[in-house]
Design a protein around this ligand. Sequence first.
Ligand code: SF4
Length: 262
Amino acid sequence: MTKGRIHSLESFGTVDGPGTRYVVFVQGCPMRCLYCHNPDTWAMTGGEEMDPEYIIEQYLHNEPFYRNGGGLTVTGGEPLMQVDFLIDLFTLCKQHNIHTCIDSSGIAYRPENTDFIAKLDKLMPLTDLVMLDIKHIDPTLHKKITGQPNDGILAFAKYLSDKGVDIWIRHVIVPNLTDDDKYLYDLGYFIGGLKTLRALDALPYHTMGKPKYEKLGIEYPLGDTPPMDKKDLIAKKEVILNGIRDRRRDDGESEHEICKKA
Ligand code: SF4
């Protein structure tokens, strides 16, 4: 079995998928999101190597916690940078009837990498849900915010939709950075075309990651940007939902289907 390079484990996650979840934070991420609150997961070489069997043992030890529709989520860092480990871990999960979720930025997706796609094709039947974090719909702004292009990420969303994998889209709304209504609408219009979109999380930017930057000796990129106001967040989420509804309407779907899916 392929070991995972793990940053940390959390036995009682409540924001990383449905129900209560055992959360595996992998080490290593090629993105550099300006608002990342886990910069300690960036380095590809840190963390601790762990066997999938060990992680499953830990899960089973706490199994009663997860009977409320929960399961196991792998987040990070970027989980899909460790696709071999995910295949082995999720194979064990399925042997134990554990609900599986990947929380990903999609940055590892490279359609031209046939070896990677073959592995992904193996992983997806073992995956119950992908929480896909789209940082920005505009390619130029995405590059500015994360240091990476978004074409592969959007292609990954379409891949998931075509494969029939359930998708939750997550989008962090940062004042004056990712809160422009035009782009939020465009994001909604894009994700409205995903056949397996099950939910949308509009997440408010917060500054709780700041102390980690200080500890690592890295300057905090967003300086004094204030946290996102919760009331404004509701209005911003509505803009994304409008984009989803319009897309569904343009694609000929009924209002009922629109409400059910978003
Ligand atoms: S993808 Fe996630 S872990 Fe990576 S830099 Fe962005 S927010 Fe941080």
